[in-house]
Design a protein around this ligand. Sequence first.
Ligand SMILES: C[S@@+](CC[C@H](N)C(=O)[O-])C[C@H]1O[C@@H](n2cnc3c(N)ncnc32)[C@H](O)[C@@H]1O
Length: 261
Amino acid sequence: MDTDIIKKNYSRLGASLIERLYSSDYLSIGGSVSTDLLADLAEITAESRVLDIGSGLGGPALRLAETRSCRITGLDLVETNVEEANRRAKTRGLDQRARFECGDATAMAFAPGTFDVVWGQDAWCHIPGKAGLIAACARVLATGGVIAFTDWVETGAMDPAKRAELHEATASTEMATLSSYCQLLEENGFSIVERADISATFVEQYRGVIARLEDFEAEITDQFGVKVYGIMMDKNGAILRGFEDGFMGGARIVATLGNGA
Ligand SMILES: C[S@@+](CC[C@H](N)C(=O)[O-])C[C@H]1O[C@@H](n2cnc3c(N)ncnc32)[C@H](O)[C@@H]1O
């Protein structure tokens, strides 16, 4: 995998611009509303040991540590994201429950059965090899554990040029579909509890992102120049069109790991 694409997209500057467009602490569009909903579905409690794969600036993990009092480990490929998430955890007195480490989800080294919940919020579209990812999630989960995630997925047929355009705009190398995720989960011993197409919500949220970007035009142009603003408009415009035209959308999935019996 070309991890440079991810490191560039989520550089300190990139992440701070995305956070500005999305919501405080978050590099995903659903923000804390999406976290709370997913946490209810996953039944996260103070006893839960949670792994957040692709933890960003710590938005979901800090929210879960604060509202559910769970212990959570965030894993992220980008060092500056990890530093910032740990800094925010410390500042808010959450560092005993939420800690963040740098690592690649394609090579997770956690011992088998370490976690009760594996969590992802709009991060796994960046991770190549979904079969390997879901198998690794099953491995690090304890029996009866829960996998709970939202993600950007393909929702419609597209030609290679459109796919390449969307991959570039989203810094992704491959996207699953709702069905392909569910199939992989079942092949790895999970039972599906929730499979929701949340594409309509994504379209609305992304219209809000574009409106905020337009509101920030003067500020972004002053601070970073016309070129940066133009790149942001191009990328985010391509993403909105991808959602509006039905090529990609959102999925929310929750599943429990059986005992193999
Ligand atoms: C869209 S952001 C979402 C961050 C966070 N889940 C949130 O909701 O704010 C995706 C995150 O996944 C991370 N990421 C991408 N590829 C990764 C990989 N192979 N292993 C670990 N993290 C990865 C990125 O660095 C980025 O922080």
